[in-house]
Design a binder for this molecule. Structure first.
Ligand SMILES: Cc1ncc(C[n+]2csc(CCOP(=O)(O)OP(=O)(O)O)c2C)c(N)n1
Ligand SMILES: [Mg+2]
Length: 1039
């Protein structure tokens, strides 16, 4: 009997409330399994009809009776005594008791009682049945979404495998005959070994389900019904791949608890009003501009209440700023009804005759961004909403949004993402197809990149332009990519606005609770073609026949609420006409607008950085030099380990020692110059963030910004953060192996504030091309399209070192080709020409040949009064080249970045004797000077370094060409002729000299690959072009 007692005490039902309470504590992984081992004692071997006096709620009572009876049969009523005696003697169900005590009941009590008395006529069957029921529950949790009614069109054939074979359910919702048939099939197939007679048996529920509510046991029929309600209606929940029990329990609880999907009258009416706005906005645009593209939301109107719900719920939990990124679909609607941009400003965009007030190309209306601070009406709290401008390139904005979000969190000290969050919207085809989605997901949990959870909303209209899902992806859902980061995925039928609202609430709560990504998949349709001009019947005839029959979701929902009595028809119609009137009035006002201000569409304003009319506060840049004291101080920090008891690697000690020696000699190599630039800006309160693959040490092992204790795991020291007590923080972070994602992220980070130096370094410069989209669509044209500036710095290791075709070229030709300065026009000169030129350019491209110049250009990036992207081709072998060192003298106050470095040797002393001027950039300078020296040609050949390639220093180049008026002019580069700088430089020098002299070429021949794979060939090529460069007769007779 002792064994029985302990079993009984363990059997006491765990109530749902207890389980929910205990959610916050980690659970042992065995919890589920452990419970299963208890199941056999819950023996059900009698039908309800057989023992009608017992029920589940009386189980405690039965126990009490039983123990009392064990002590002394007289302790209990005679009828109990008879019952226990009979049961003990193994009486079959229905015969154990004779005179029913007044308890009322179900079979559960009997099962319990018989378990108590140890009646175990078929323990195996009992175990099997309970295991079967558990498996069934689990099957719903895992695969219930396959059966959910997600598609408003009912044709979602492409997405899902046929009905899972382990789920007992009916497509037509609990229609008993179908249900029975499936059950029998399963039983016959032996899958569960359950049969129809089991439907009314009561099963104890495991702690991994919440369908019981306050009940700990339910009849199988009810179990199935509740599972269907939770998992097979308009919401499909995908979450069982999540590796965290607490998170799984949290989700189960949100969807399984009976009665979770109930809304107040107020909530329903708000939802309807939001649906009215969403729907009538598109209808209004369609009426007024029927032949304009707007990528309308028709078919997914519930996106608007979805986003508003997420924002309301997040605001309620303390979020003050929401940064959004989204594609074309429904963008204008989001601007109007979520961000609340003035309608007249949206309507203006449809008037092509309006004159643009801002410089730049501008962009089409469905790409522009927006920033708006307002009161959230539901929570009465301030909230800032911004929608990032984006290019047509789908999903490219994702990492940019994340970067900007991270930056906002960083600047307001929001280390857990409680105040700032991001929402990303996606199309189904793009979400599945674009690799950047995956790359962005992989940033989501990295310490220096996490935004502490993003809410993703997919407008899953089951089509991408003209392509069906079955042709667009190999995964069942468009959202499967999110599974890699264990994000729960809530699929929802977008024709059920209440279900949409429910999952959006849960998504916002999830983000607020776990600070992890979550996906809402709005399964909908696209009522029109890809845009309003497209004919969808060409390619999707059947789908569109169905769509034509489809009632609009507003109508569906309005009729539902009217039928329920939540609103009257009149109230609904008034709501509609109220919004129509708002639109009409805004339309009238929009006609008065004469000028289009792209500035009104700014997504990231920088308050205080510009004058009120958006101009730079000055057009000059102070000296970028530093005091001797600062140089020494930062140099000393860079050579030290400013932490107690910190053991660094012996090799690193030597590196730091050599730095200290350099500092004592007042010299800087590349790494030290960078240290000086970063350290000084930090000291001046400028945040510096350097991100990229292996940047902490530096690909070439030259940087060492993060020191690692050799004895203590993960103990690190970042000396750069020990420069001064009130310095800005320095962030240096090894990134994931993604260029597209990480460059996009850093671009977004740089968008948030002008007072930060944000740098992305490619491992080798050629890898930037996997981030080409960010460069082409955002960095190069960003200001022209979206009137916003950005000071991001790209560090691109570049140089021909005989290392093969890969890793040699950062493709300078491509960056230079995208520069907006005119090669054929010699610019008008003015006092502040250099600054004006920088102000007008789309980006700055430099290849510095000295550490000092690198130091200056980094500091200039912040000290100049505006922001421009900076592309730096950085060296590899020069990092350790003995001549590539700069004296502190070149970095002192009064010094500045040199756009060109003229020859300062014998040639410049007697320029009239000079036969040739070789213009060059970057590392080849050192090869040229060596060769010139070897040949003893220092008098005859001048070498001029163009350090700032773009904007082209016309003024300074002219000084040089005038100085060497009799010399022939050569452009020398180590790159192949069709690559590198030649095509950019040549016409500009020619313009500078008014085409008075030819510009000859000394460099490698044209080639398809950036470099040879053979070291010998590399050296031979090098010698050949050096020969050309110094052969004064090389070009004679040529035109
Ligand atoms: C990177 C990229 N490739 C191709 C396109 C061209 N394009 C524009 S919309 C579209 C279909 C997008 O489908 P989906 O993501 O499902 O969004 P929907 O238009 O259905 O809302 C395509 C292929 C693009 N804009 N971006
Ligand atoms: Mg689509």
């Amino acid at each position: 009997m002792h064994r029985l007692r302990t079993t009984v005490s363990r059997l006491r039902p765990i109530t749902a409330a207890q389980t929910v309470q205990s959610l916050s504590q980690p659970r042992p992984a065995m919890a589920e399994g452990a419970l299963r081992t208890l199941q056999p004692t819950r023996h059900l071997n009698a039908s309800v009809a057989a023992e009608p006096f017992l029920n589940g709620t009386s189980s405690n009572y039965v126990e009490e009776m039983y123990f009392a009876w064990l002590e002394n049969p007289r302790n209990v009523h005679k009828s109990w005594d008879i019952f226990f005696r009979n049961a003990n003697a193994g009486a079959p169900p229905g015969t154990a008791y004779q005179s029913p005590p007044p308890l009322g009941g179900t079979a559960q009590g009997l099962a319990h009682a018989q378990a108590l008395v140890g009646a175990q006529p078929n323990v195996e069957k009992l175990v099997e049945d309970h295991l079967a029921v558990q498996s069934l529950i689990r099957a719903y949790q895992i695969r219930g979404h396959h059966m959910a009614q997600l598609d408003p069109l009912g044709i979602m054939a492409a997405d899902l495998e046929p009905t899972p074979s382990d789920i007992i359910t009916s497509h037509d919702k609990l229609e008993f005959s179908v249900f029975k048939e499936r059950l029998c099939n399963l039983a016959a197939g032996g899958f569960y070994g359950l049969d129809e007679s089991d439907l009314d048996k009561v099963f104890r529920l495991p702690t991994t389900t919440f369908i019981g509510g306050n009940e700990s046991a339910l009849p199988l029929r009810e179990i199935i019904r509740r599972l269907e309600m939770a998992y097979c209606q308009h919401i499909g929940v995908e979450f069982m791949f999540i590796n965290d029990l607490e998170q799984c329990q949290w989700i189960r609880q949100k969807f399984e608890r009976p009665g979770v999907m109930q809304f107040s009258l107020e909530e329903k009416r708000t939802l309807l009003a939001r649906m009215v706005r969403s729907t009538r906005f598109e209808e209004f645009l369609q009426r007024k501009w029927s032949s304009e593209k707007r990528f309308g939301l028709e078919g997914c109107e519930s996106l608007i209440p979805a986003l508003k719900t997420i924002i309301d719920k997040s605001s309620e939990s303390g979020v003050e700023s929401v940064i959004m990124g989204m594609p074309h679909r429904g963008r204008l609607n989001v601007l109007a009804n979520v961000i609340r941009k003035e309608l007249e400003q949206i309507f203006c965009q449809f008037d092509s005759k309006l004159e643009a007030a801002d410089e730049g190309s501008g962009d089409v209306k469905y790409h522009l961004g927006m920033y708006h601070r307002r009161i959230n009406r539901v929570t009465d709290r301030n909230i800032t909403l911004s929608l990032m401008a984006n290019p047509s390139h789908l999903e490219a904005v994702d990492p940019v949004v994340q970067g900007k979000t991270k930056a906002e969190q960083f600047y307001c000290g929001d280390t857990e993402g409680k105040r700032v969050m991001s929402i990303l919207l996606h199309g189904d085809a793009a979400f599945a197809g674009q690799g950047i989605v995956y790359e962005t997901f992989h940033l989501s949990d990295l310490p220096s990149y996490t935004t502490h959870g993003t809410i993703h909303v997919v407008v899953n209209n089951q089509i991408g332009f003209t392509t069906d899902p079955r042709m667009a992806r190999s995964s069942p859902y468009p959202t499967d990519v999110a599974r890699v980061v264990n994000a729960p995925i809530f699929h929802v039928n977008a024709d059920d606005p209440e279900a949409v609202m429910y999952v959006c609430n849960v998504a916002a709560e999830w983000r607020n609770t776990f600070h992890k990504d979550v996906v809402v998949d709005l399964v909908c349709y696209r009522r029109n073609g890809h845009n309003e001009m497209d004919e969808p019947m060409f390619t999707q005839p059947l789908m569109y026949k169905q769509i034509k029959k489809q009632k609009g979701v507003l109508q569906i929902y309005a009729e539902k609420l009217i039928a329920e009595g939540a609103v009257t028809r009149q109230e609904y119609e008034e709501e509609v006409s109220k919004y129509d009137k708002i639109c009409e009035e805004a339309y009238t006002r929009s006609k008065d607008e004469k000028i289009l201000h792209i500035k009104h569409w700014l997504d990231s304003p920088w308050p205080g950085f510009f004058t009120l009319d958006g101009q730079p506060k000055s057009m000059s840049c102070p000296s970028t030099g530093l005091s001797e004291e600062d140089l020494s101080h930062i140099g000393n920090i860079a050579s030290s380990v400013p932490m107690e008891d910190f053991t660094i690697h012996g090799g690193l000690s030597r590196i730091l020692k050599s730095r200290a020696t350099m500092v004592s000699q007042r010299l800087c190599d590349w790494a030290l110059a960078e240290y000086m630039a970063f350290g000084s800006l930090l000291k001046e309160g400028i945040h510096v963030r350097l991100s990229g693959q292996d940047v902490e040490r530096g690909t070439f092992s030259h940087r060492h910004h993060v020191l690692h204790d050799q004895n203590v795991d993960k103990r690190i020291c970042i000396p750069m953060n020990h420069i001064s007590p009130d310095q800005a923080p320095y962030t240096v972070c090894n990134s994931s192996l993604s260029e597209y994602g990480v460059l996009g992220f850093e671009l977004g980070f740089a968008m948030a504030s002008p007072n930060a130096l944000v740098l992305w370094e490619a491992q080798f410069g050629d890898f930037h091309n996997t981030a080409q989209c960010i460069i082409d669509q955002f960095i190069s044209p960003g200001q022209a399209k979206w009137v916003r500036q950005n000071g991001i710095v790209l560090l691109l290791p570049h140089g021909m070192e005989g290392m093969g075709p890969e890793h040699s070229s950062a493709r300078p030709e491509r960056f230079l080709q995208m520069c907006n300065d005119d090669p054929d026009v010699f610019p008008v000169m003015s006092e502040d020409f250099a600054m004006c030129q920088l102000y007008d350019c789309n980006w700055i491209v430099v290849n510095c040949s000295t550490p000092a110049n690198y130091f200056h250009v980094l500091r200039r990036q912040i000290l100049q009064p505006f922001r421009k992207p900076l592309i730096v081709f950085t060296p590899k072998s020069l990092l350790r080249h003995p001549e590539a060192k700069s004296s502190f003298d070149d970095m002192l106050p009064g010094t500045h970045f040199k756009r060109i470095i003229p020859d300062d040797g014998p040639a410049s002393a007697s320029p009239e004797k000079v036969k040739r001027v070789i213009f060059c950039t970057g590392k080849v300078y050192y090869e040229l000077t060596r060769e010139r020296k070897n040949r003893g040609m220092e008098d005859a050949v001048a070498i001029v370094r163009i350090e700032q390639l773009s904007p082209f220093p016309f003024d300074l180049v002219k000084v040089e060409t005038d100085r060497y008026a009799n010399a022939d002019l050569v452009w020398c580069q180590e790159e192949h002729k069709n690559q590198g700088y030649y095509d950019y430089i040549k016409p500009r020098i020619r313009t500078t000299i008014d085409r008075g002299r030819p510009v000859w070429y000394a460099g490698r021949e044209p080639a398809a690959a950036p470099a040879t794979g053979n070291k010998q060939t590399h050296l031979m090529e090098l010698q050949r072009f050096l020969d050309t460069a110094f052969n004064l007769g090389a070009f004679s007779g040529k035109q």
